[in-house]
Ligand binder design. Sequence first.
Ligand code: FAD
Length: 318
Amino acid sequence: MKVTEHIKKANGKTQFSFEILPPLKGQHIQSIFDNIDPLMEFKPPFIDVTYHREEYVFKEVENGLLKKQVVKKRPGTVGICAAIQNKYGVDAIPHILCGGFTKEDTENLLIDLDFLDIENVMALRGDAVKSETYFKPEKEGHNYANELVAQIEDLNKGVYLDEELLNSSKTDFCIGVAAYPEKHMEAPSLDSDIHFLKKKIKNGATYIVTQMFFDNQKYFDFVKKCRKEGITVPIIPGLKPISTKKQLNLIPHRFHVDLPEDLIIAVVKCKDNKEVRQVGIEWCIEQSKELQKAGIPVLHYYSMGKSDNIRTIASALF
Ligand code: FAD
């Protein structure tokens, strides 16, 4: 079922969903099931599976000579989605990127997803790979997520890249896109970022999932701004409980979001990461309760490969 239908069907009741990462190459898919199993009692309407681009690493070959190698550390997004739908009967949402894909690659991927009965996709640009300063699209690829959304929507209308394939089979994907209550790191302003978010909706996206935030006011202000700009689709908040002291530096650096002073103080006071995990859980429960009270249709949790803290949070709410 489509995310938008899940929301309609819930009739105002807040639902619980979460995102998982494919395991590192070499690990068994059981590690994914071990993470999902404890969360199934909260009846997630859908589970997101992230996509991870190749990375370029330099490996010494001989006599100190370095050779550039392409490594994909977390393959398997599509296979995991198919396995989740098969095992749990829950809609799995693959994240698909502009980065690393030509338009032809994207079309072929969408055909695979359609054959696998995957009805929802999360359309993203992706970040620059580590060896690049700026995001660089493939030669025959998309520059921005709004272009990827347009291609998916075209296929939904039966428009393929090859014009001769007129009157071919239509897909019917429900398209989600990302948004940033504290603005995307490259955007010159929040207004400019919302302007391009609107373009993703105009091109066919029907729901939004936000970057993580730790201060609900930032989310509420963002939603208000989007509504004022005419964005009417559901805006699903993304939530992540802090779990290590290191994240105090990592999260602002990597995700370009602010941590509230009270949260920072509480984490700094912790003796070890076990205590930090508890602080993170309590903070996230408070955030979630307020969002639930505000009638937000879905609370979406970033599990980052570990579900015990998400389970504790969900137990307090659902
Ligand atoms: P876009 O919407 O294309 O926006 C990127 C930037 O370009 C923004 O600053 C925007 O304002 C600007 N912009 C947009 N259109 C134009 C235009 N026409 N002209 C000029 N500027 C423009 N990354 C992964 O690699 N894998 C994942 O699985 C993944 N999942 C994610 C899930 C969520 C919910 C979120 C919030 C992020 C996720 N990301 C993932 C990270 C994401 O790929 C990065 O944040 C990326 O830098 C931006 O992606 P986007 O789709 O928001 O890009």
